[in-house]
Write a protein of this length. Structure first.
Length: 94
């Protein structure tokens, strides 16, 4: 049994800005997190409670930043963005 996937309003807002093919790819990649989210590395610093999944699409590196909430068996996606912008956007959130 996998985890339930939820998105923050920031993640939803950013995903809406993406082109449909990229959005569909990232949503499919988020589904992969359900079954073994602990395999992905934790971030450091203030965001050390978050994990990051690395993927590529059309030559662009993307990061899916998420939190595992064990008590609710939930994965909360904070951000799915190009690597070049993800850390800048995380600084704004935290």
């Amino acid at each position: 049994m996998g985890y339930f996937i939820a998105f923050t309003k920031h993640a939803i807002r950013f995903m809406k800005k993406l082109d449909p093919q990229t959005r569909a790819f990232l949503l499919k990649e988020v589904e992969r997190l359900k079954f073994n989210p602990h395999q992905f590395p934790k971030l450091s610093g203030r965001a050390s409670f978050l994990r990051s999944y690395h993927t590529n699409f059309r030559g662009v590196a993307y990061r899916i930043v998420f939190e595992i909430r064990e008590s609710a068996k939930e994965i909360l996606v904070y951000l799915a963005a190009p690597r070049s912008r993800v850390y800048e956007l995380l600084k704004r959130l935290f």
